[in-house]
Design a protein around this ligand. Sequence first.
Ligand SMILES: Cc1cc2nc3c(=O)[nH]c(=O)nc-3n(C[C@H](O)[C@H](O)[C@H](O)COP(=O)(O)O)c2cc1C
Ligand code: SF4
Ligand code: SF4
Length: 230
Amino acid sequence: MKIAWGITGAGHLLEESVNMLYELSKDHEVTVLLSGAGEEVLKMYGLFNKVKSITGGYYRELVREDDQRFSFPMTGRFSLGKYDVLVVSPTTSNTIGKIVNGIADTLITNAVAQAGKGGVKTCIIPVDLESGAVETVLPSKLELADCQNCQPCQAAAACPEDAINPGVEIDLLKCIGCGTCQIACPYGAVTGGKRITIHMRDIDIENTHKLYDFDGVDVFGHPDEISGMF
Ligand SMILES: Cc1cc2nc3c(=O)[nH]c(=O)nc-3n(C[C@H](O)[C@H](O)[C@H](O)COP(=O)(O)O)c2cc1C
Ligand code: SF4
Ligand code: SF4
């Protein structure tokens, strides 16, 4: 099958999405579409290279939002029915909000709109599914309470991207999630994959529920749930 897989800028369900994408890429042609934020968070969580490793030729390419400018010419392939299915996982509350309001001004929302016009089945895995609290995972984080302000900072010295401002924070837009700093810091002051609890907003849950009424769109709670389709 020809699968188009969109990744938006959510840390929640990101690793699970990349793992499913990786598995499917072994037996199917997968084009990966990255929202601008999707590309950034993939790097922060150290998952960009895994996604890149599965991409290559025409139907296995990596489509970046920045390269598609303002009109997203690539999404014309959906109106022409060139893909069997479009999966968007994980899908941020931002992207869901736009989709349910008919907005198509980003690579992923435009792909969903064109898939609808081209009769391409669309599967969406929202990160904001039900009301209440959800446990999610953070990228690398400098824990100031544990930081000893060493001179020099060994974590900063070891960072290949110069992303650590010692005693202040990690610049996540430079960070590639390699984890070197966690090993280098003798005081355990850098964490990666720390779990925190967040609370869903009503507006985001309402938007997700509107998706259930969309023609041609199926909503799933977890990326693993789509494996049965292929
Ligand atoms: C580390 C990190 C994790 C994030 N995780 C989420 C998330 O789980 N869910 C979400 O809706 N937004 C999350 N965001 C915010 C989105 O990236 C942001 O709203 C962005 O504008 C979404 O753009 P997109 O929908 O075009 O991908 C996260 C941002 C960062 C920096
Ligand atoms: S090595 Fe660790 S404890 Fe020392 S300044 Fe750097 S982050 Fe802080
Ligand atoms: S070493 Fe630098 S790039 Fe690697 S996880 Fe730490 S801050 Fe990010």
